[in-house]
Design a protein around this ligand. Sequence first.
Ligand code: PYC
Length: 309
Amino acid sequence: MQCVTVIDSHTGGEPTRVVTEGGPHLGLGSVADRLNRFRSEHDRFRSAVVNEPRGSDVMVGALLCEPADPSCTMGVIFFNNVGYLGMCGHGTIGLIVTLAHRGTIGPGDHRIETPVGIVTATLHPDGSVSVANVPSYRSLRSVPVEVAGIGRIHGDVAWGGNWFFLVDDHGHSLDLASVRDLTECSRKIREAINQQGHPEIDHVELMGPPRSAGARSRNFVLCPGGAYDRSPCGTGTSAKLACLAADGKLAEDELWVQESILGSIFTGHYRWIDRTTGTIAPVITGTASVFAEVTLLLDERDPFCWGIR
Ligand code: PYC
């Protein structure tokens, strides 16, 4: 029997499960190297932790590891029901709140090595967390895509730690009651843009007008494994900031309040890194709540010990 201790939190409704003990040893090297070892040698551990019956399609796991970069205090690999994430904004906020809950860290800056670069998470005295994310940029603007059953839509391709396709003219109202339709629409858009020579895009972000006072925009984000992000998506909001910066629609340090399909909020702003390449340094702020401390039991006699895949 293998025991794995985890702490569960949610960030704006989106869950994060931090493995605190019992995870696989991933050897030496950068966090990107360790991700490769996680994927090739321990992928069933990923599935055991986040998939049913212990988890669900929406759960994002976080495995801490030693950073290779000496300026970082920790390394982290985020994973989900189908694989691994480059970065995860809501997950980083959940991780920091979880470590503060355990008494492992206090307020201040925490440099974290991820497979796609270093991020700095700041735990504020009020418990909120800001994440200075990896450099983000838009690679393509207003790409036309013919989507079966929907017609022609347009989207921007942008990197915010994961690859996003951001669409305004999807023709849907972003209502929580319509998540099935929104999921199906986003799935079809992803299939079409992937077939159009962009297999790297694994997140689709539908944009719409905000509902709550102070918010600038509402989104619906389809994640790689088919679940939708309950939070406004930290990497998706970073991608959105890169598009706004490139279009000259948001100034440096101007606040962008991004609302999720649930109405939960992230606040974002950016600084230019390189105007010629359109690369920005985005910062996302949000809050998380810890809701469970659990010991998972991995018993080889259990037919679904390694999760329902
Ligand atoms: O917050 O970056 C994020 C994220 C990615 C997938 C789910 N959440």
